[in-house]
Design a protein around this ligand. Sequence first.
Ligand code: FMN
Length: 327
Amino acid sequence: MALPRATVIDASPTLRDGLPFTGPWLLAPMEGVTDSCFRDLILERHDPRELGGAFTEFVRVLDRPLSPPEIQKHLREPRFPMPVGVQLMGADLEALAGSARSAVTAGARLVDLNFGCPAKGALRGCAGAAVLRDPSELERIVRVCHEAVGADVPVTAKIRAGYDDAELVEDLAAAAENGGAAMLTVHCRTRKESYQPEVDWSRIARAVEAVSIPVCGNGGIQRHADLERMRRETGCALVMVGQAALYDPWVFSGRTVDRREAAGFLLQYAEALMTDRASRRGAVARVKQLLRGWRAGGLIEGEADRASWLRETDGERFLERLATLAR
Ligand SMILES: Cc1cc2nc3c(=O)[nH]c(=O)nc-3n(C[C@H](O)[C@H](O)[C@H](O)COP(=O)(O)O)c2cc1C
């Protein structure tokens, strides 16, 4: 695949550190979005030297280890060279360790641990962002999973910069490293900051300074040029993109697409979801989720046009409108 000339490719930090990523930019785990339908559409549109990997949505681990088939439902068969990490979220050490082993049996090339989810359900179960209040607990969770899977499969950790504030970001980063994490992703917003638009990348730089494992910066990437800028400004080795990839799936390459290609992506997404047993109504709802912020291909011509897409309640007409534009 020919690469746009503007793309800067440097996969060396990841390859050097023994991580399976094929390039420096990563698709973030996103619950309700990054199932295999969405991931595969993004992966197939990118050169592995730019988009280096992706993750499942978080897989919640409660009080028993998940079985390999339970993990496989999220991972699916690999279709591209880029690795897909299985992300686990939980607080029960034994259940997490067993689930991490199941992830490896299911074919995961890396296991990621979620220490950032701000949802009440996660916090009540002392999982996700709740762990950010106690670096030693984070270290224990990373260690038990690292020991469970052995040296051949990297365990990575994804944190927010803190719970209420970012005071502990260095301690949290060091805890992940001490527990045996092979990479640390830092989402620079705290739990309290939720998904606020303002971001402070200096928190990523602080984590980079605090550890010797590769840090993946995350939070507030809006466009392709921001990827390299985050690396330059923070010293992070990799960059992870969440919301911007929902609204412009080509953000990793910076390629400009036309309306036909943009509509084609959304139509294929709906078709993939329906093939995967989603109802038409469910598939259209997922496409509308992307259209709320969609900016690729000039598909949305102003806010009135966006509202007209979102207002359409007839699923068949909605998909026909997309199909007409995709021809
Ligand atoms: C819809 C949605 C679902 C998310 N689900 C997860 C998840 O399952 N696991 C996780 O670690 N982070 C999750 N996140 C957080 C993202 O991975 C990412 O850290 C966050 O969106 C910040 O990156 P951004 O500013 O590029 O969006 C989610 C974010 C969104 C918007």
